[in-house]
Design a binder for this molecule. Sequence first.
Ligand code: ZN
Length: 263
Amino acid sequence: MSRQMLRGLVLETRDHGERDAVVTIALREELVRVFARGVQRETSKNRRLCLPFEEVEIETEQSGTGMFRLIHGSLVAEYSRIGEDLRMQAVCLAVNEAILHAQMHPALYERLEQLWKSCEARDADWMGRAALVMTMLLRQEGISPQVDGCAICGSVSDICTMDVDNAGFLCVRHGKGRSRWPADRLRRMRHAVKVPAGQEAAVSLTGFTLEDIRFLVHWFSRYSHTSLAGERFLDSVARLYPENGSGTADPLKVPDTDDTDSI
Ligand SMILES: [Zn+2]
């Protein structure tokens, strides 16, 4: 039996039987599942370590390569305000669920932590932070949208929309019959897809909408062939928060590629 200290972000807790639970924690390098005995009991001291949107440091024991078992631990940070805002909750739950289907690594960990911090602080960039987690997931899964030009003909002019079926931007000719996106929406999606890890500060993360996040979550579930319960919850929450069109920019204006090529 080996003992190990683990520090990470709690993504999900699932009840196991009447009293126990299995907690999925994102470490910097990997996702781990930790068996937490007795934490469904009100009197459990470890109960407070098993809630999503917490950073915890826990001591575990493991026999061989079996599942980690929680011994005890402490709360490093809690992002409990996420649960106080239905949109933040829906977005963050969908993001967590998508991560459960992917590989964890330090750059993804950073973006996830920044999202939670932004939500906790009620920063205006929180949806942009969520978009950056999703676009990083898309990239590492090899399912990034084509945002360097029309996904069909490669044209870099007259881009008018972004389309899941065709896996990226479309020009006016190939986007015929599809709803056009305002240029600022195309631009921020391109930024979110292109910005490299560690250079997040180089792009503006404000202006993202719930529709943008839904679009990226849908993209993930579609191309990773994953059915996300969080996506359905997000859809139902989005109906409670109808958004106006995102800006008044001329939808025919080509997204400004000059200022994006540098990222
Ligand atoms: Zn085209």
